[in-house]
Write a protein that binds this ligand. Structure first.
Ligand code: MN
Length: 220
């Protein structure tokens, strides 16, 4: 049931994304999975995922997370994804849903701060702690009014709480590499037979350029 929409949108004969049919295995480590995937699809966005009830609750965050508690980042809730999706890094073929390059930008575990997660989701105010490679500490997802409506998607805001991990530094720009393979989007596209130029447009300007391209201009 929760993965119905996920499967309906994808042709698993074409895309290498997981179908979610794998039986959940005994988990080696305690803790709920958390992950963020940087996805250079038609538009660059960051898919923010939290394991809950056997699937990954998912939000598309166009600008990515901010460590600054004064900055609220729009997060559009999308369909639940299978648990094993958190480790998917590669190229979704052209013509498929979400076509483009996917990077595991962050991974780790999360803990609810809200005592009743289902009630918090229902209410639209979920507080939680992240133990990721990049994102740590206390955060909140708050559902907003407006947007979504007919599309059935709801819009939320992803906000960092004030704690020792809050900061003004721009983490998406400063830490553009895969948490899994330390590659840039352009590397993942090149190695996965994807569109390297398109992928590179999601990497910071100084990085990710294929040799001879997009280097800073030399003064003549
Ligand atoms: Mn996506």
């Amino acid at each position: 049931m929760p993965l119905h929409e996920y499967r309906r949108k994808r042709d698993f004969k074409v895309t290498s994304e997981p179908s979610g049919n794998r039986k959940p295995s005994e988990k080696a480590t305690a803790g709920l999975i958390y992950g963020v995937q940087k996805h250079r699809a038609s538009h660059l966005h960051y898919d923010f995922r939290l394991e809950w009830n056997g699937a990954l609750l998912s939000w598309a965050v166009p600008k990515g997370p901010s460590l600054d508690p004064a900055v609220k980042r729009l997060a559009m809730q999308v369909e639940d994804h299978p648990i094993e999706y958190a480790n998917f890094e590669g190229v979704i073929p052209e013509g498929e849903y979400g076509a483009g390059t996917v990077m595991v930008w962050d991974n780790g575990t999360w803990e609810p701060e809200s005592p009743d997660v289902d009630a918090a989701l229902q209410k639209g105010d979920l507080k939680f702690t992240l133990q990721g490679s990049k994102l740590k500490g206390s955060w909140v997802l708050v559902r907003t009014r407006g947007f979504g409506g007919s599309s059935g998607r709801s819009s939320w805001l992803l906000i960092k709480h004030r704690d020792s991990f809050a900061s003004k530094r721009d983490i998406t720009t400063e830490e553009p590499y895969s948490a899994l393979t330390h590659r840039l989007l352009a590397d993942i596209a090149r190695e996965g037979g994807g569109d390297v130029e398109k992928a590179a447009s999601g990497d910071p300007p100084a990085e990710g350029a294929s040799p001879g391209k997009r280097r800073p201009k030399r003064r003549s």
